[in-house]
Design a protein around this ligand. Sequence first.
Ligand SMILES: *[C@@H]1O[C@H](CO)[C@@H](O)[C@H](O)[C@H]1NC(C)=O
Ligand SMILES: *[C@@H]1O[C@H](CO)[C@@H](O)[C@H](O)[C@H]1NC(C)=O
Ligand SMILES: *[C@@H]1O[C@H](CO)[C@@H](O)[C@H](O)[C@H]1NC(C)=O
Ligand SMILES: *[C@@H]1O[C@H](CO)[C@@H](O)[C@H](O)[C@H]1NC(C)=O
Length: 176
Amino acid sequence: MEGLRRGIGWWAAAAMLTCAVVLMMPPEVSAVRYIVGASMGWTSNVNYTVWAQGKQFYLGDWLFFVYDRNQMNVLEVNSTDYENCISDHPLHNWTTGAGRDVVPLNVTKTYYFISGKGFCFGGMKVAVHVEKPPPPPTASPQKSDSPSSLNSFRGQIFVPVLFAVAALWDSFLLLL
Ligand SMILES: *[C@@H]1O[C@H](CO)[C@@H](O)[C@H](O)[C@H]1NC(C)=O
Ligand SMILES: *[C@@H]1O[C@H](CO)[C@@H](O)[C@H](O)[C@H]1NC(C)=O
Ligand SMILES: *[C@@H]1O[C@H](CO)[C@@H](O)[C@H](O)[C@H]1NC(C)=O
Ligand SMILES: *[C@@H]1O[C@H](CO)[C@@H](O)[C@H](O)[C@H]1NC(C)=O
């Protein structure tokens, strides 16, 4: 009986280790969800040109607008309306009403977003140039200019996975 239990324990450990290794391998193409304005969110008195500077937006990435739903909104407009802060005829109204709007960047183009209700004139506008992702790197280290985990969720997947694996491991130990 003791031997059987030890056998099961060994297999469980091996299976979980395999699981953990597979889960922790970075996927070939990892989309990034950018919080527009990072910790400031989508609001007035933020220079979004500065926020977007140095970031590479690729097809499949996401923009996440977090804002006061009672005041601002998220409108996609063309370049003319972006320059002039015209919100009368947006290309796309991304406002859902929750103050948390996700925009999939699924077209290679420059996206122009403004907030209506007068906020665009105060600088609440952002232009995002979306390109095709580069071919996957061949056994080279991560690009040094890739966005930091502060601005994206890329790094935040692994911690919950680690916790889940640890919890599983604990319950197996209790069974033995
Ligand atoms: C935002 O910063 C850019 C680059 O520093 C500057 O050219 C632009 O005038 C600023 N925009 C506003 C609204 O202050
Ligand atoms: C943007 O839309 C407005 C209104 O439809 C139009 O007058 C303007 O020419 C458009 N600008 C561009 C760059 O397409
Ligand atoms: C955008 O959509 C929201 C939610 O449907 C709506 O309340 C709002 O009036 C719309 N805004 C514009 C400018 O179309
Ligand atoms: C991009 O996403 C929007 C919103 O989900 C959708 O309306 C549009 O058809 C998509 N475009 C492409 C080229 O997939």
